[in-house]
Unconditional design. Structure first.
Length: 286
């Protein structure tokens, strides 16, 4: 039986979510996506127009397929949480059932149980502000979108995961080390995500017999990273200082995700795995 993977946080072919989808597709998984509601239209249009065809190509020449593409907003758990201005926003009003609980229900109804759950999303409205200047609202928004969203997904998808299943998210070493410029509470959100990975590994491990890990990735020029503003400097810094001097490819993260999500990693859970050309082990920039 092909394994089924639900991936939240794909809205183009540039980020880690897409690369993970591709690695899983190469390994024979069926894939469904949860796409952020405001990004769904453009994603679907680009997809239908063939804009992603070259990056959809698998090694056997076929194109990666998605079983289902759902609108999703990981900041809301049920419709009761959605404020009026979001519910009536024209980008949301045309879509249905995009809260985390509703997406999980749709997946169960349309597709049945899943084996793999991928959380590849983050958002911090005040990311460009230093922590010292971050508002309470901005900080909580960063934690809501980037950390609680994982808890919510494991809560709602856990019951429809097959025993032996596996969950993965993406984190960043700003949780442990000071990365000036990674602000707005995003460093805090990643620290929470890593701690929650351990606690969820225990709780969901016992309850659903699934594993929960996170990948601490090096810098990649994705859409989200470009919004932070200094990604080119980070890529250059990593290139100059990491033990392995090359630019990180999204596919390298996709491959490690595929390993962690597979039975090859059946004894690995609660782990933060660095996929960063080794930058995190350096103590002194050279
Ligand atoms: P990306 O832009 O490809 O992915 C972020 C996705 O999150 C987008 O598709 C966006 O639509 C989605 N999203 C934002 N808010 C959402 C919400 N409320 N509900 C549902 N989806 C939402 O960028 P990237 O860089 O691939 O990000 C994926 C993960 O990798 C994030 O957790 C990010 O923090 C992490 N990461 C990125 C690094 C980088 O240098 N690009 C380094 C280390 C970690």
């Amino acid at each position: 039986r092909d394994k089924k993977a639900f991936i939240a946080g794909v809205a183009d072919d540039q980020g880690f979510g897409w690369a993970i989808a591709k690695a899983l597709a190469e390994a024979g998984c069926e894939i469904s996506l949860g796409v952020w509601v405001p990004a769904l239209n453009i994603f679907k249009t680009s997809f239908e127009k063939g804009k992603f065809d070259s990056s959809r190509k698998l090694s056997d020449g076929s194109l990666m397929q998605f079983a289902h593409i759902y609108p999703m907003d990981a900041v809301f758990d049920t419709m009761a949480d959605v404020p009026e201005e979001v519910a009536t926003n024209k980008r949301y009003a045309g879509n249905k059932a995009w809260t985390v609980s509703e997406v999980a229900e749709s997946v169960k109804k349309d597709w049945g149980n899943v084996d793999i759950l991928v959380h590849s999303l983050a958002n911090g409205p005040e990311v460009v502000k230093p922590l010292l200047e971050t508002s309470r609202k901005g900080y909580l928004a960063a934690l809501s979108a980037s950390s609680y969203s994982l808890i919510s997904m494991v809560q709602r998808f856990g019951p429809l995961m097959n025993p032996g299943g596996s969950v993965i998210s993406l984190t960043y070493n700003a949780s442990n080390r000071i990365i000036p410029g990674y602000g707005g509470g995003m460093s805090s959100a990643k620290a929470a995500l890593e701690s929650d990975t351990r606690v969820l590994a225990y709780e969901a491990g016992r309850k659903y017999k699934v594993r929960v890990n996170t990948i601490s990735a090096g810098p990649l020029g994705s859409r989200a990273a470009k919004a932070i503003g200094f990604i080119d400097d980070m890529i250059r810094y990593s290139y100059e200082n990491a033990p392995v001097q090359k630019e990180l490819a999204a596919s390298e993260v996709g491959n490690v995700a595929c390993f962690l999500l597979s039975p090859l990693a059946s004894a690995v859970t609660g782990h933060v795995m660095f996929v960063d050309n080794g930058l995190n082990v350096m103590g002194l920039a050279t």
